[in-house]
Design a protein around this ligand. Structure first.
Ligand SMILES: NC(=O)c1ccc[n+]([C@@H]2O[C@H](COP(=O)([O-])OP(=O)(O)OC[C@H]3O[C@@H](n4cnc5c(N)ncnc54)[C@H](OP(=O)(O)O)[C@@H]3O)[C@@H](O)[C@H]2O)c1
Length: 250
């Protein structure tokens, strides 16, 4: 039921993704956290326009926290921060702290310390993991005090626990989920997505193994699908900017 699980105790959760016209969100799941930034090859996850990127930063500027999966932070030089000064000003105007908090989900705890996000200490980072994952990553991160590690289950993450903890202990009232498809699947299946910001870009990838907005397990029946209604649609220079709200069924 959209928005029903712990809806009082958990943050408002918005998903923000850019997608190709054929529903892909990146090319092959290439790991490139350490690829030279000067490479002339544009990665397949970089198909959105500067306008789409500005929208991502405006959305972050209205959120207390940004959350994503381990593969996403390994897929590029990503810091999950607010971006340039004008967005920090916008955050202040929106009554928020200058820097959003950052949350990375990894059940295994096999998180690469070299990823760009961990080098930036402007705001705390939570690695949301399991007991097994905690044992794997606690030691490597012990010299980085801005990185916190917390377990939300023995071998699987309890989504209710995680989201309620974020509100209660990290004061996260609004959070943006920024992929990838595997993490999004967990949020969709537990009816934890209240709002979707979607950009459809005029490019087509094909490829049955390329990531989509929600990969992973999915749902077994049509009746289990989360329903959304479109509340905004705008086409600018070939890109379609959409916003949806979850249909509450309770
Ligand atoms: N177009 C866009 O807007 C956009 C946005 C974001 C990402 N992307 C692209 O998407 C790709 C990455 O997506 P992805 O689907 O491969 O990976 P992902 O969701 O970013 O990360 C997957 C990892 O996160 C953890 N995780 C995810 N769901 C979990 C669950 N239910 N329970 C416990 N842990 C969970 C696991 O970490 P462990 O293995 O450590 O347990 C899993 O291996 C990249 O290529 C990136 O460029 C595109």
């Amino acid at each position: 039921m959209p928005g029903s699980l712990h809806s009082e105790q958990r943050p408002w959760i918005a998903l923000n993704m850019a997608m190709t016209a054929d529903g892909k969100v990146s090319g092959p799941r290439e790991r490139r956290a350490s690829i030279d930034a000067k490479t002339s090859m544009q990665h397949m996850s970089e198909f959105g326009s500067p306008r789409d990127h500005a929208r991502l930063l405006r959305i972050r500027a209205s959120m207390d926290g940004v959350i994503c999966g381990r593969h996403t932070i390994e897929s590029g030089a990503i810091d999950l921060g607010p971006g340039p000064g004008k967005y920090i000003k916008l955050r202040k105007k929106n009554g928020l702290s200058p820097y959003n908090r950052r949350i990375i989900v990894s059940a295994s705890g096999q998180v690469d310390l070299q990823c760009r996000v961990f080098q930036e200490d402007f705001s705390p980072i939570l690695i949301a993991t399991t007991e097994t994952g905690k044992a794997a990553c606690e030691k490597p991160f012990s010299t980085m005090p801005w990185i916190k590690i917390h377990s939300f289950g023995d071998s699987q993450i309890d989504w209710g626990k995680l989201t309620c903890w974020l509100k209660k202990h990290w004061n996260i009232h609004r959070m943006v989920l920024e992929g990838g498809g595997m993490l999004n699947d967990g949020f969709f299946r537990h009816s934890l997505v209240d709002e979707i910001f979607l950009t459809i870009c005029p490019v087509l990838f094909g490829g049955k193994s390329n990531a989509t907005i929600s990969d992973g397990v999915g749902i077994p029946n049509l009746s289990d699908a989360t329903r959304f209604r479109c509340v905004e649609h705008k086409c600018i220079q070939g890109e379609m900017f959409l916003r949806y709200l979850a249909v509450k069924t309770d």
